[in-house]
Write a protein that binds this ligand. Structure first.
Ligand SMILES: [Ca+2]
Ligand SMILES: [Ca+2]
Length: 592
């Protein structure tokens, strides 16, 4: 048996498969491909066997292949370099911890030094990570199903088209993880409407359940958790008791779960969903900036609001009419509000940053860190003055649809960056890949493990962005505390590494060439020189608009470009031009 190199087949390349040859006395009997990251202790469900060289050898070859598979399982891939395999994996499958924040942007990660150190520096940062429907409930339903919103059916926050009651919890990720032998736990925010639009029951699939009950989910004090069927309310919204700050309570429950479950034989799957840096919604329905832990109050008072080139975009004439009509220039009062909200968001994330460090610390103390995958991400991004949007998400622009995604764990190289497009449709397939589990329905995403193990791996798989679900021309609010967006147009869009192409329900279009215009300032949808680009992206959009399973995963055909691109791949990061916020003690040194 020998490694001959990578097959040329696209799928095999994407999965980082290797080719093996079983030799008989008269030469090669059979060749087969296997993905080394699945060794050992993993099944060989994805092994592809080539045709035998001669029909007479069919029986011999089949037997030889089976023997080879058994041998592979025994030697644990000694003939190659199986990155994920560890001694621990033989005795126990890896644990999984998913930490999800709410409305956090990629930029927001800059101030989270502990998180970057504990997960980013110990793993892979996916620099091109997007959510397909940039809004809490549809995004979380995608996390729990591996499906685009048009397949899981949660098209918004509220019934009848969205919300907790709309989601098929009985056939979702935690159930599949349980079936794979995992102990499962959820702590914190779940699908919108849990407890208000639908009964706060314990959803299927969770061995330990501590879900926050709406609408109190959006309070840092005075929130209610359904804890395995018992309702507990922590304080009241007007008393800022440092001992029961929401983020800290979630942290402690997560640490306790890890400590207890690390002693058990079954691997665990912990889903931890913080509210921060999302704004608060008080009992009287007021929307106020997120409240930080008392120990962090004022620590970012001097932080400078990032002002990328899209901030207060001077010329909106390239944008659809509804964007132009809705967005007068930012006033100084707007900027002051956005700045105050930005600082509150940064301060609220400091407790999350500490919680990540505490969780990683407990994994280490419990001796399971080396056998645990940690995923850090957000359910959607957030606009803070870009394109004149005071606060909000749901829109297709990058600050809204782009999210942080860090993954560390066994076999993942340390401190690397992958520029492969990653979507939230990929999270459930990734977790099932780790758990060696099976989904109960057709998923639209694919495992990110091959791209984490080999950060240089690239494909032409493209992503769908989509909204909808409300009556034509309208979307739900929940768009932040500063002049919330309303009456958005629904759209479907395709995101490639180089382009964003948006098709609105009313026929409006947007097309951004991310290589030349990384901040999406100049839509080229009507430009003659982009006619072929637009046509190709339109074909991809039609393919993805109602795709399911393999059709969603297929790689894009050629997308003709305008010509030679500018130096550097500016489209892959929105961070560079914006100054990183630095925690600065009061007094403020900013302009205001
Ligand atoms: Ca959100
Ligand atoms: Ca413009």
């Amino acid at each position: 048996m020998e490694t001959l190199g990578r097959p040329t087949d696209r799928v095999a390349k994407a999965a980082r498969w290797h080719v093996f040859t079983v030799r008989g006395p008269a030469g090669p009997l059979i060749r087969f491909w296997a993905s080394p990251y699945r060794w050992p202790g993993r099944d060989f469900g994805d092994v592809a066997v080539s045709k035998p060289d001669h029909p007479m050898r069919l029986l011999l070859s089949t037997l030889a292949c089976l023997c080879a598979l058994a041998l592979l399982a025994l030697v644990g891939g000694a003939s190659s370099s199986p990155p994920a395999a560890s001694a621990q994996a033989k005795s126990k499958r890896p644990n999984v911890v998913v930490i999800m924040t709410d409305d956090q942007t990629v930029q927001d990660l800059q101030g989270m030094t502990r998180t970057k150190r504990a997960i980013g520096d110990r793993g892979v940062t996916f620099a091109n990570s997007f959510v397909s429907y940039p809004l809490c409930c549809p995004s979380r339903a995608t996390f729990l199903s591996g499906q685009y919103a048009h397949n899981h059916g949660v098209m918004g926050i509220q019934p009848p088209t969205g919300g907790y009651g709309r989601f098929d919890t009985a056939n979702s990720l935690p159930v599949w993880m349980q079936q794979a032998g995992y102990n499962t736990s959820h702590i914190g925010k779940f699908l919108n409407g849990y407890g208000s639009d639908a009964p706060a029951d314990v959803p299927p699939g969770w061995d330990e359940w501590r879900g926050s009950v709406d609408p109190a989910t959006y309070l840092m004090w005075g929130y209610t958790l359904n804890e395995n069927g018992l309702f507990n309310t922590y304080g009241s919204e007007n008393v800022e008791d440092p001992a029961i700050y929401q983020t800290d309570v979630y942290r402690d429950k997560a640490v306790d779960y890890i400590r207890r479950r690390s002693l058990k034989r079954r691997p665990f799957f912990l889903s931890l969903a913080f509210l921060a840096p999302h704004h608060e919604i008080r009992g009287d329905r007021r929307r106020l900036p997120s409240r930080p832990a008392p120990r962090h109050l004022g620590t970012m008072a001097g932080a400078t609001l990032p002002r990328p080139p899209s901030f207060g975009e001077a010329d909106l004439s390239d944008k659809p009419g509804y964007v132009q009509r809705r967005s007068p220039p930012l006033s100084q009062a707007n900027i002051d509000q956005i700045t105050a909200n930005y600082r509150a968001r940064q301060e609220s994330l400091l407790a999350v940053d500490e919680a990540v460090a505490a969780i990683v610390g407990q994994l280490r103390r419990s001796g399971v860190y080396e056998n645990t995958y940690i995923v850090f991400t957000s359910d959607n991004g957030f606009l803070q003055g870009e394109h004149r949007v005071r606060s909000g998400k749901t829109l297709p622009y990058d600050p809204s649809s782009r999210v942080p995604l860090l993954i560390s764990g066994p076999g993942i190289p340390k401190g690397k960056t992958s520029r492969e497009l990653a979507g939230n449709i990929d999270l459930a397939p990734t977790l099932l890949d780790i758990a060696n589990g099976r989904s109960g329905k057709t998923m639209d995403g694919r495992s990110l493990l091959p791209y984490a193990f080999d950060p240089a791996l690239r494909t032409q798989r493209v992503l769908l962005l989509e909204t909808g679900g409300q009556k034509p021309g309208r979307l739900e609010p929940d768009q932040g505390p500063v002049a919330p967006l309303r009456n958005l147009l629904t759209y479907k869009a395709v995101r490639t590494r180089d382009y964003l192409y948006v098709a609105y329900r009313n026929g409006d279009r947007e097309l951004y060439d991310m290589r030349r215009d990384p901040h999406q300032l100049d839509s080229r949808h009507a430009a003659t020189r982009y006619r072929d680009t637009r046509a190709a992206l339109g074909r991809e959009l039609r393919r993805l608009a109602d795709c399911r399973g393999n059709r969603c995963r297929a790689e894009a055909g050629p997308i003709p470009g305008r010509g030679p691109k500018v130096t550097g791949n500016l489209g892959e990061s929105q961070q560079a031009p914006a100054p990183a916020p630095v925690p600065v003690p009061a007094p403020a040194r900013g302009r205001r």
